[in-house]
Design a protein around this ligand. Structure first.
Ligand SMILES: NC(=O)c1ccc[n+]([C@@H]2O[C@H](COP(=O)([O-])OP(=O)(O)OC[C@H]3O[C@@H](n4cnc5c(N)ncnc54)[C@H](O)[C@@H]3O)[C@@H](O)[C@H]2O)c1
Length: 320
């Protein structure tokens, strides 16, 4: 029955809702990811409305975008300062802000959600916006670990719902994972693939499975390195050196785990292991649990597998 409903949705979508070029984008959540997505969308000529819960957060996000644009211009327009200033002004003029998603979504071709990683909050947001957004509007979530199918289930636009997973920091990282559920229409996927290319990114298509492509390969690799260390297969230094020199990776897995954040790793692995208890690649590591319980979360707290880091907020989190 569900399959049949999806088929009807799909055929309705291809006949009734035509694919339109994405010109206006509403981005909900102006944190690390939302602000980065707003910056690249505005820099590539899109009209962007950035939404968050209060004006102070939005002001901070715009200030951050301006600072980043200045850094881009310093590099790209070093010999043409006037063209650089014009580039900054044009990009900033393309961004407006709002604390009321409901009032801005009506003019949007695409809504990208980059709010807190919580299923219920994401579902409530999309469920409300679904009643207000025009029929052609595509909804996309930037979630790292939640199921796109489950988030989309709060709406009646399953054919126009997908994942659009950017990497941090968005202006620098080239990859975008475009995630289709079994109900996402080909038109929607094509629009998002095309949009990603216009942003200057390289998109890849993925299925809606835990971790999509990058995190599904990366997280089990990192956790297996933790388990090897736990079992005494090698010292942490030797495990890291082995993967750097043996595979040409820029960082070893334990070093990289400290960068990603051990709490972030645990959060994602716990979620996947609860949803897939039979899958051994998501099995718990006692050592990881212990470090997190002790507040040793990696670089951001000064200590994880290694210590002596300067505790600070990490701007460049690898993927989660
Ligand atoms: N940080 C990363 O490295 C990274 C990478 C890829 C994907 N993601 C995903 O992107 C999303 C956002 O992550 P982030 O690191 O930017 O988080 P963040 O905490 O930096 O920002 C989230 C923002 O959303 C706002 N917000 C929360 N609820 C809201 C609501 N209902 N309406 C409007 N705004 C709301 C918060 O005020 C905050 O400014 C998450 O789903 C995360 O899994 C994060």
């Amino acid at each position: 029955m569900a399959f049949f409903t999806h088929q009807i949705c799909r055929s309705l979508s291809s006949s009734a809702v035509r694919n339109v070029a994405i010109k206006h984008v509403t981005i909900i959540g102006s944190g690390q990811m939302g602000a980065g997505i707003a910056q690249v969308a505005a820099s590539t000529g899109h009209s962007v409305t950035l939404v968050d819960t209060n004006d102070d957060v939005l002001k901070k996000a715009i200030k951050g975008i301006e600072g980043n644009l200045k850094r881009v211009v310093k590099k790209k327009f070093s010999d043409k300062p006037e063209a650089g200033e014009e580039f900054i002004q044009k990009a900033l003029q393309n961004v407006s802000t709002s604390t009321d998603a409901a009032s801005v979504v009506q003019g949007s071709d695409l809504v990208v959600e980059a709010i807190v990683e919580n299923m219920k909050i994401k579902q409530d947001l999309f469920g409300g916006l679904d009643k207000l957004a025009p029929a052609h509007t595509i909804f996309a979530s930037n979630t790292s670990s939640l199921s796109i199918t489950d988030i989309a289930s709060s709406t009646n636009r399953l054919d126009r719902f997908a994942g659009l997973h950017f990497f941090n920091p968005v202006p620098v990282m080239k990859l975008v994972e475009v995630i289709g559920t079994s109900a996402t229409s080909q038109e929607t996927l094509d629009s998002l693939l095309n949009f990603s290319k216009i942003l200057g990114k390289t998109p890849v298509s993925c299925k809606d499975t835990p971790g999509f492509i990058v995190n599904r390969l990366l997280l089990p690799y990192l956790i297996e390195a933790v388990r090897m260390y736990e079992r005494g297969h090698g010292s942490k230094e030797d495990i890291d050196i082995a993967m750097k020199l043996g595979c040409g990776y820029p960082m070893g897995p334990l070093e990289l785990s400290d960068y990603v954040g051990l709490d972030t790793m645990k959060f994602i692995m716990d979620h996947w292991s609860a949803a897939n208890p039979e899958d051994p690649s998501f099995a718990q590591s006692e050592l990881l649990n212990k470090l997190v319980a002790e507040g040793k979360l990696g670089k951001k707290t000064g200590e994880g597998f290694y210590n002596g880091y300067q505790p600070k907020i990490i701007l460049v989190q690898i993927c989660a």
